[in-house]
Design a protein around this ligand. Structure first.
Ligand code: DX5
Ligand code: ZN
Length: 217
């Protein structure tokens, strides 16, 4: 089980410090939410921030692109030092080509589905991807409530993986706290993004420990 703190809820004036803190306290990935104000109604940062953080952590940088036509920027994020690049199937008319492009660059390729998107929309590329991200909120903002209906899709993805011998990790993102993380784990998820639960708390180290505890066993 892996924990991926989302820096969306970190202090943007102290990103280096906030990344180092979660690394020290047991984070497995650093989740970076890139938003363009078009695919989602919010704007965050681009490849230059990935590049700026790259020398300051040994953890894999897990870059979640919430941008329209993500194929235009894959190269920039690869060069910036991303280890995993996630693209939304809803944002890309040529998802197969974009996944291929990411893999050609020797970066882990992830496909992402919104809460309203069924698993069948990505069925034909599941053999190609290293990770599938099941959004458990509608993307754009931190601190939203977990959407229960997404659990069934996690189970469906775990079943398809077993039936077909696929190898992808199943990541969940949005509204993750110990109880929701536990339920996602039971459904088959193994990578857990958490933003506000970790960074908005008084003691973020304790929050990481609580998440790990909930996922133990
Ligand atoms: C939402 C982002 C998330 C966000 C999660 O669009 O993709 O990564 O940071 O935030 P929480 O954990 O607060 O729901
Ligand atoms: Zn995210």
């Amino acid at each position: 089980m892996k924990i991926a703190p989302s820096i969306l809820s970190a202090d943007f004036a102290n990103l280096q410090r906030d990344v180092a803190f979660v690394e020290k306290h047991g984070a497995d990935y650093i989740h970076m939410d890139v938003m363009d104000g078009q695919f989602v109604p919010n704007i965050t940062f681009g490849a230059n921030v990935v590049k700026a953080l790259r020398p300051h952590t040994k953890l894999p940088l897990d870059v979640h692109l919430m941008i329209a036509q993500p194929e235009r920027y894959i190269n920039d994020f690869v060069e910036a030092g991303a280890d995993i690049i996630g693209v939304h199937v809803e944002a890309d008319s040529h998802i197969h080509r974009t996944i291929q492009l990411i893999k050609e660059k020797n970066v882990k390729a992830e496909v992402v589905i919104n809460p309203g998107t069924p698993v069948c929309a990505i069925k034909h590329i599941l053999g190609m991807v290293d990770q599938v991200l099941v959004m458990t909120v509608n993307p754009g903002f931190g601190g939203q409530q977990f959407i229960e209906e997404c659990l069934i899709k996690i189970k469906e993805l775990a079943d398809l993986r077993a039936e077909n011998g696929y190898h992808y990790d199943i990541q969940v993102d949005g509204g993750i706290v110990p109880e929701t993380a536990k339920r996602c784990k039971e459904a088959g998820a193994n990578v857990f993004v958490a933003g506000s639960y970790i960074y908005d708390a008084e003691d973020p180290a304790k929050q990481i420990a609580c998440l790990k505890e909930a996922l133990r066993g």
